[in-house]
Design a binder for this molecule. Sequence first.
Ligand SMILES: Cc1cc2nc3c(=O)[nH]c(=O)nc-3n(C[C@H](O)[C@H](O)[C@H](O)COP(=O)(O)OP(=O)(O)OC[C@H]3O[C@@H](n4cnc5c(N)ncnc54)[C@H](O)[C@@H]3O)c2cc1C
Ligand SMILES: NC(=O)c1ccc[n+]([C@@H]2O[C@H](COP(=O)([O-])OP(=O)(O)OC[C@H]3O[C@@H](n4cnc5c(N)ncnc54)[C@H](O)[C@@H]3O)[C@@H](O)[C@H]2O)c1
Length: 446
Amino acid sequence: MEKYDVVVIGSGPGGAAAAYALKDGGKRVALVEDDLWGGTCPNRGCDPKKMLVSGMEVVERNNQMLGRGFSLIESIDWPELMAFKRSYTDPFPRSFKKGVEAYGIDAIEGSARFVGDNRIEAGDAVIEADAFVIATGQRPSILGIEGSEHLLTSTDFLDMDELPKCMAFLGAGYIAFELAAIASAAGSEVTIVHHNDRPLKGFDSDLVDSLVEAYEDRGISFAFDVDIEAIAEDERGYLLRGRGSGDREYVERFDCVVGATGRIPNVEALDLENAHVNYDGHGITVDGFLQTSNPAVYACGDVVAKKAPKLTPTASFEGAYLARRILGSAAEPLAYPPIVSIVYGSPKLAQVGVSPAEAAERDGSYKLDEMDLTNWFTYRRIGEPVSKVKLVHEGDRLVGASALSSQADALINHLAILIDNAIVHEDFNRMILGSPTLASDLPSLV
Ligand SMILES: Cc1cc2nc3c(=O)[nH]c(=O)nc-3n(C[C@H](O)[C@H](O)[C@H](O)COP(=O)(O)OP(=O)(O)OC[C@H]3O[C@@H](n4cnc5c(N)ncnc54)[C@H](O)[C@@H]3O)c2cc1C
Ligand SMILES: NC(=O)c1ccc[n+]([C@@H]2O[C@H](COP(=O)([O-])OP(=O)(O)OC[C@H]3O[C@@H](n4cnc5c(N)ncnc54)[C@H](O)[C@@H]3O)[C@@H](O)[C@H]2O)c1
């Protein structure tokens, strides 16, 4: 039987951050993976999605420059765009695993399951360790409806050889908005079907309304307040059946339907009962130090039941914290800085820190500014149809921001740096930034 200081289960951003930092700290570390090395983000999440977003951005920019020296590009060649994506994803797991091994971390292939409080089995190996980090992530949750076997997932979409002519996304969260924008830009007729009338819950509702309008302008349809009950295959595609408000029947046919109704934690295969590790439907339950009900077992990333958004940067932040905790250099409970969330739609929607809704609730201590930036030079020069920002200040300090535009992803990170470093308007008097850029807009925003 092999013995390690620490065994990390799951090689995604959370597990990898922990494993590398523990190795740096002198520990003997094994990293266990039962599928694609590197986890969701580089293989079937953020990165492949953003490779396809590159195509969407070209179409978006082209549309904005029509009649300004440009005419319409034909359309996206989907198989070529997919080949571009695969040029990144296909070699990724192999080179990731090579990197792990070159760093001196033992890479073990197999599905890990606990067989005792400090012992797992993975493949043929039985392994003991002083500490375990569980970082097994999540997988798509499949709606429990009749014919659910016909639903595709985000993983299927991100590896589709041909783009369907007409498709639906069920759910109106991050995945539906991002993949719908990609599919629409590539020429598919897209509908987002949602069970209530509040898409992208968690983001500012005014900006979400503007995003929905922008999608409708691009030809994306929405079916709100529809509870889907069944999907059936026939000779012409997939028939989606449900009930709308007032018990009205909803029946539509699509070439393909992608379920995007959330993700569920990967816990079942781990046999957590054998190690006395508690979990619930949201994931593994942990204390403020990311320790589970078994003092030798920790958890980080998407598999944790937590309030923090389940994103790559939060997973790696937690993995790095856990390494410090196990190495004995983190005495305090985990504390998150303001976390940036971005929906890579068309346009992009982003937020960080105190939300406009929270600012409105705590009347008096926060000041909320709403600004339409559409006529600012940064946006005029690219023919941007909509650019809005909502800024929350506490005294002279920026504490929160929400933004909607094709540049919102970059802008929100700039604003997060101001928030994290308590940079106020006067601080820009000491700086000379390259102009005209998003960064040179900042002094006028804060
Ligand atoms: C379509 C999509 C797009 C996304 N886009 C973004 C984005 O733009 N930005 C962003 O911040 N986040 C994005 N995310 C979320 C991001 O991918 C996750 O938050 C992140 O990957 C979580 O990292 P993790 O390490 O917790 O888990 P994962 O990356 O899911 O890694 C977990 C690993 O554990 C392995 N595993 C599971 N069970 C076992 C077992 N029993 N034994 C061994 N190994 C096991 C899995 O195979 C997997 O490789 C996206 C997600 C999806 C699905
Ligand atoms: N850009 C990014 O950072 C990014 C991109 C994609 C995914 N992610 C991560 O992956 C997670 C999963 O993405 P997602 O879009 O699947 O989840 P989500 O939680 O963002 O959205 C799920 C949507 O499905 C709806 N829904 C839930 N149950 C339903 C039901 N029974 N019937 C109909 N609709 C239902 C919800 O109301 C919601 O609108 C995200 O929460 C996020 O953590 C992040």
